[in-house]
Design a protein around this ligand. Structure first.
Ligand SMILES: Cc1ncc(COP(=O)(O)O)c(C=O)c1O
Length: 422
């Protein structure tokens, strides 16, 4: 085996020692029928692969990056922190500062427990809700992703009475038996066996699907009526769509929040937040166990804090304006090419669906994800040096680093891409 560093060579080596050659399935190009590129470096809105192809990047670590790659603010914070050691097994100032920053931004969120990933945050929120309510059932929505813990992988089925189905081999029927899966954008009927309803307040893992009018209010009311907790999984929306995330944006206050991605500034991080009365049930003050050797890691907290400090209302406004500009440009380009698309957008989150219908749930998403048009769009854009996610269920991430000329270049390239889609 040649040790030459090229995309092709690295992929051949990777698939021998890493399943599928990737450390997270979403990175594989399976759903667009190709092989992934291997990143050598990234700066601002661009990534460069080991073959020296540079792409204008709308993947941005699936939303973990909001200022653009290698932004000086988190970079300096990490450089300053790392010389003092990278993990201690003891609490630090930075953890307190990050928790204070989040609590200050999010009305109703009084305490924070830091984790190392969004998966752990959602898993912890569920355990905490069950411990606090002393109930077992949880309700999730099809098409919403909450990380890869067993009970949250359940995906199919509809109606609150329907038992969740196993979403992966290796997940036992027992571990999803208390997970009820219902369609997004429909308020389910709950009863007093339900510990919690977990929802992406703006769904961003089936492309972008905004909540329809009344959906989040309806969930709040339905939970209150039966004493269930409402959990907003804001791992993507948190500190991306507004200074206070989706709860601030929607005006609906859940009982618990899950955060991740942006709050780690590109390093591993997650967090559960909530009302003090509920959060105090976590060990060591309460009896709901949760832990992590690297939780609240000093490098990740330094990076996350630097990013949050940068994100004021002006930055959010500018991000949303850029995304609107891109969305409108792509819509016009598709219209001119005679291609039916729907662009869903909420502030700086957007995605494209190749459909003539307004998309509000996962069943609709699956239909257009399977029509093959996204794959053609993806490859045409990539050949033109623009990288969208290698799959139709992902969201487009515009960052602070994307400039107007980058957006114009994307819109121009999309004209060619749309003309190649029949
Ligand atoms: C809404 C949501 N929740 C949870 C997760 C899991 O986070 P992580 O990949 O950090 O474990 C993700 C990841 O994409 C997510 O989008």
């Amino acid at each position: 085996m040649s040790k030459e560093i090229s995309n092709h060579n690295l992929y051949q080596r990777a698939i021998k020692v890493i399943p599928g050659g990737v450390n997270s399935p979403v990175r594989s190009f399976n759903s667009v029928n190709g092989d992934p590129y291997f990143v050598k470096k990234a700066e601002g809105a661009f990534v460069t692969d080991v073959d020296d192809n540079t792409y204008l990047d709308y993947v941005q670590s699936y939303g973990a990056i909001i200022l653009g790659h290698a932004h000086p603010a988190p970079l300096a914070a990490v450089q300053e922190a790392v010389v003092n050691g990278s993990t201690y097994g003891a609490p630090t100032l930075q953890e307190v500062l990050l928790a204070e920053e989040i609590v200050e931004r999010v009305p109703g969120c009084e305490m924070i427990r830091l984790t190392s990933s969004g998966t752990e945050a959602a898993m912890t929120a569920i355990r905490l809700a069950r411990g606090f309510t002393n109930r077992e059932k949880i309700v999730k929505f099809s098409g919403c992703y909450h990380g890869h813990s067993d009970s949250l992988l359940a995906e199919g089925g509809s109606g609150v009475a329907t038992l969740g189905v196993v979403g992966s081999l290796g997940v036992t029927k027992g571990s999803v038996a208390d997970t009820l899966v219902v369609p997004y954008n429909q308020v389910p009927v709950l009863d007093e066996t339900v510990a919690a309803v977990i929802v992406e307040p703006v769904a961003a893992n089936m492309g972008l699907v905004p909540p329809i009018e009344g959906f989040l209010e309806g969930l709040r009311k339905a939970c209150d009526e039966v004493g269930a907790l409402l959990i907003f999984d804001e791992v993507i929306t948190g500190f991306r769509i507004s200074k206070s995330g989706a709860s601030g944006w929607s005006g609906i206050t859940p009982d618990l929040w899950c955060f991740g991605k942006v709050i780690g500034g590109g390093l591993p991080m997650g967090a559960v937040g909530g009302k003090a009365q509920i959060m105090s049930d976590l060990a060591p003050t309460g009896s709901v166990y949760q832990a992590g050797t690297l939780s609240g890691n000093p490098l990740a907290t330094a990076a996350g804090l630097a990013v949050l400090k940068y994100l004021d209302d002006d930055v959010y406004h500018s991000l949303a304006q850029k995304t609107l500009y891109l969305a409108q440009g792509l819509e016009q380009a598709a219209f001119d090419a005679g291609i039916e698309i729907q662009v869903n957008r909420v502030e700086s989150l957007m995605s494209i669906f190749f459909s003539d219908q307004k998309i509000i749930n996962y069943d609709q998403v699956k239909v257009c994800a399977n029509n093959g048009k996204y794959t053609k769009f993806f490859w045409s854009m990539l050949r033109q040096g623009i990288s969208f996610a290698p799959g139709p269920y992902e969201t487009v991430f515009v960052t602070v680093a994307h400039q107007e000329q980058d957006l114009d270049r994307t819109i121009q390239a999309s004209k060619i891409a749309f003309s190649q889609i029949s």
